[in-house]
Design a protein around this ligand. Structure first.
Ligand code: ADE
Ligand code: ZN
Length: 324
């Protein structure tokens, strides 16, 4: 089944580009930009990763970004990811980026997006892998900063397919960003939000995504299974759930594969994704293997997972059909 998984055409829908920063590239960019790091080897960088919760993961995730300063840095970051994705037969990826994690450090928005955009165009020409960008707002910052970021993105509207919400969920419910997401919708962006696994108020946050925000997709969303009304509504709307099992294992101690089994059995559009593959040392292929190992999925079920992802991808039907 390993080679079956390797050969399966894949669609990645939950991937933070800043979470793909491998230690080798981090060290190289630190050297290029003259950014002092406390580590000088790949092993030392990896040994410093220690997370057992979303909050402890986010500390290392934001710290790692200090080496990303110029347009070529963002180009190199996204190119490295797309090269690896293409080697795993990823045909299409929707890539999150966190502009506020950079503008808050003095790196201009246009530097970030131009580097990413150039990488996407070159990767499609070089490896045939397609990708689109989803701009995430950091939920632990003020809604006003998210709105300012949304307005700053408008000149690049054609380069961004949708908006998301990530970072520390504690005390930062979806409704805090209702106005920002309503404006994003009016500007033509599609909408998604993280409802991370086993957070305080997870089911209430999923309810707000459905009833207050009107999302087009939910990132993670595993806790919906605790409430039959949420499951029924997600099924009725045909919403995709972008689940990240190895990431879940790091931040909660449980890969939530039993939940994936239930979602499949319920006919929900569950998809398997990698989240922050450098930090969790697993790209989408390894995530599919982990689910297969835990659940003994059939080939048809593995195909179903990827089919779900292509179905809920934010692509015009003709392009999606050509990729399948
Ligand atoms: N930013 C990067 N990875 C994240 C995750 N898993 N949850 C919330 N915010 C994130
Ligand atoms: Zn995520």
């Amino acid at each position: 089944m390993r080679s079956f998984i390797a050969g399966l055409p894949k669609c990645e829908l939950h991937l933070h580009i800043e979470g793909t920063l491998e230690p080798e590239l981090k060290l190289a960019l630190a050297e290029r930009n003259g950014v002092p790091l406390p580590h000088s080897t790949v092993e030392e960088v990896r040994a410093a990763y220690e997370f057992d919760s979303l909050a402890s993961f986010l500390v290392g995730y934001y710290d790692g970004m200090r080496v990303l300063l110029t347009e070529p840095d963002f180009y190199d970051l996204a190119t490295a990811y797309l090269r690896r994705a293409s080697a795993q037969n990823v045909r299409y990826a929707e890539i999150f980026f966190d502009p506020q994690a950079h503008t808050s450090r003095g790196v201009p928005f246009d530097v970030v997006i131009r580097g990413l955009r150039r990488a996407l165009l070159d990767a499609e020409r070089t490896w045939g892998v397609r990708a689109q960008l989803i701009m995430c707002f950091l939920r632990d910052f003020q809604a006003e900063y998210a709105m300012a970021t949304l307005l700053e993105s408008l000149p690049y509207r054609e380069w961004i397919v949708g908006v998301g919400l990530d970072s520390d969920e504690r005390g930062n419910p979806p409704e805090k960003f209702a106005e920002v997401f309503a404006r994003a919708r009016r500007e033509g962006y599609l909408l998604t939000m993280h409802c991370d696994v086993d957070q305080e108020n997870s089911t209430e946050h999923i309810r707000q995504c459905l009833e207050v925000i009107g999302v087009d997709r939910i990132d993670h969303g595993v806790n919906a299974l605790e409430d039959p009304a949420l499951v029924a509504e997600i099924a009725r709307r045909g919403l995709g759930l972008t689940v990240c099992p190895i990431s879940n294992g790091y931040v909660t101690g449980d890969r939530k594969t039993d939940a994936i089994r239930r979602m499949l059995d319920l006919g929900l559009r569950v998809t398997i994704n990698s989240d922050d593959p450098s930090y969790f040392q697993a790209y989408v292929g390894e995530n599919l293997e982990a689910v297969h190992e835990a659940l003994g999925l059939t080939a048809a079920e593995l195909v179903r997972l990827e089919h779900n992802a292509f179905e809920v991808a934010w692509l015009p039907r003709t392009i999606r059909d050509a990729l399948l």
